[in-house]
Design a protein around this ligand. Structure first.
Ligand SMILES: Cc1cc2nc3c(=O)[nH]c(=O)nc-3n(C[C@H](O)[C@H](O)[C@H](O)COP(=O)(O)OP(=O)(O)OC[C@H]3O[C@@H](n4cnc5c(N)ncnc54)[C@H](O)[C@@H]3O)c2cc1C
Length: 478
């Protein structure tokens, strides 16, 4: 939704409605809201948290941590975070009426669900005589969906989009407020735990400290220590990327400010990193312009034509990281333990699900959304459709069939990543780590890893499945 131009109604103060923009730095909505007294609020919406398409205790746990941090920052600035539970179109009208707010500010979002919600909220506010105001702030550019080709069409291929994205003029970052004048009155309400929200227990291992402060620290450390080598190291699952995605997903870090923190666009590291930020904006644009990708293939020729198999045993093996392919298993276990997975491994496990196990990409999309703390409808859907060759990627399907063994040889040659996550393989010699099933009985004994009991034998034969996948895709593409 574009920011509205008409005059704000009502004098009074404003509500800053936080959603996935959990920060105080470079937040245009907040910068506008602080022109007078402000009431920052967050609304826990059960339709998203516990009943939505993609319920995720891990992601909600991370979000609650970010909210606690945000509340403490707002308190330091003289205000607070008012927390409510309910439907935003009702809660916001009530809050505004009870506290004398004439305007509600928020940051735009791109998912079809969020767009419908925001429309309903804007209508309810309008009807109550309160001004709804939507602002940019989730992307480097204000409106990724508005970037169009010379033929006035949305881009459907990344490279030309990225070139056009590069040329879009950036807005000035919004100043962080130094003091907030609170709208007096409301009881701030308490922030629940994941358990109190009825979502069961959040995963015990939390490798990402939530909140804006940790986000800014992680960004600074990465820029100082990791950016120069990023292009060379970004594909190594054992380390080399920024691990900023949960912060970007939850808006603890402004993508625009992050781009500016990189400094001049020089050097391979900076160029490569900016390209990744552009991928995120590309997928946001795809979702905005083609909302039907939620649930179905971007490429019409694959809609309903690809034969997916159903095999619960294989699906469960994939989810649990027990496929017998060490790189796949390491990735799936990292996902369960950390709520995060390295990009290269996301591609490998997604290819394995769709092209080795022939299971529907939507199963993988859902599993990722249930577990990723950076789970984002646009990037996740885009990533899954890319890997399963049904999305915007112009490369033919047979060029995107990842071999989990050669990927491991190239990107985890010493087995550092695999050993970190697949503990049964800790004692296996380096030369057997890619294909542990080829160890002799004596070697298995020595490594303390019996294939088929301590660690699974491979659930499929990759070469055979690759041939079958080619047939399936060829048949579907016609
Ligand atoms: C099947 C699949 C599913 C994915 N699901 C998600 C998801 O739900 N949420 C998500 O944020 N990313 C997703 N990605 C993209 C990517 O894997 C993660 O953004 C990346 O691993 C995050 O690690 P990082 O912050 O260290 O990345 P870095 O390499 O340091 O990149 C910096 C930032 O750029 C953005 N970015 C990087 N790569 C991509 C990409 N391919 N697509 C979109 N944005 C990117 C992220 O915001 C990331 O934090 C998915 C990729 C695949 C293949």
């Amino acid at each position: 939704m574009r920011a509205r131009q008409d005059q704000d109604r009502g004098e009074g103060g404003a509500i800053m409605w936080y959603r996935r923009d959990l920060r105080v730095h470079d937040l245009p909505a907040l910068a506008k809201a602080v022109a007078g007294p402000v009431l920052p609020c967050f609304i826990l919406d059960d339709r998203l948290l516990s009943r939505g398409r993609f319920v995720s205790p891990a992601r909600v746990g991370f979000m609650l941590g970010c909210l606690r941090q945000l509340r403490s920052s707002l308190r330091e600035l003289g205000s607070d975070l008012v927390v409510r539970r309910g439907r935003p179109e009702e809660v916001l009208v009530e809050l505004a009426a009870a506290n004398g707010a004439g305007t509600v500010h928020w940051t735009t979002d791109v998912s079809p669900w969020a767009i419908r919600r925001d429309r309903a909220v804007a209508e309810a506010l309008d009807a109550a005589g309160i001004s709804p105001r939507a602002h940019p702030g989730s992307y480097v550019v204000d409106e990724p969906g508005a970037i169009r080709s010379g033929q006035d069409r949305p881009y459907t291929v990344f490279s030309p989009f990225a070139k056009a994205w590069d040329r879009v003029e950036r807005r000035e970052p919004a100043p962080a407020p130094t003091r907030l004048v609170p709208l007096p009155g409301p009881d701030p309400g308490s922030l629940p735990t994941v358990e109190e929200l009825g979502l069961g227990a959040a995963p015990a291992t939390v490798s990402f400290e939530p909140g804006e402060r940790a986000a800014r620290r992680t960004a600074r450390t990465f820029i100082e220590d990791g950016l120069a080598d990023y292009a060379a190291r970004r594909d190594l699952p054992a380390g080399g990327t920024s691990r900023l995605s949960p912060y970007i997903r939850w808006g603890c870090l402004s993508p625009l400010e992050l781009e500016q923190m990189l400094g001049p666009a020089e050097g391979e590291g900076t160029t490569a990193f900016r390209a990744e930020l552009a991928w995120r904006e590309f997928y946001a644009a795809v979702l905005l312009n083609y909302p039907e990708v939620v649930g179905r293939e971007f490429q019409p020729r694959y809609r309903g034509t690809l034969q997916w198999q159903r095999d619960d045993r294989l699906l469960e093996a994939w989810k649990a990281g027990r496929t017998g392919f060490p790189l796949v298993d390491a990735g799936m276990r990292q996902l369960l333990a950390e709520g995060w997975m390295h990009n290269r491994v996301r591609m490998v496990v997604a290819s394995f699900l769709t092209k080795d196990l022939h299971l529907d990409w939507r199963e993988g999309e859902r599993w990722f959304m249930e577990h990723l703390i950076d789970g984002d409808v646009a990037s996740n859907n885009g990533g899954w459709q890319w890997v399963s060759s049904v999305g915007t990627d112009p490369a033919p399907y047979f060029q995107r069939m990842f071999n989990p063994m050669t990927q491991q040889e190239r990107f985890d040659p010493d087995g550092e990543y695999v050993r970190r996550w697949v503990h049964e393989l800790a004692g296996v010699e380096r030369e057997h780590l890619v294909r542990p099933w080829l160890m002799s009985a004596a070697e298995q004994q020595e490594a303390g890893c019996r294939i088929g009991s301590d660690y699974p034998a491979p659930v499929v034969d990759h070469a055979e499945e690759r041939r079958f996948a080619v047939e399936r895709y060829r048949a579907a593409a016609g």
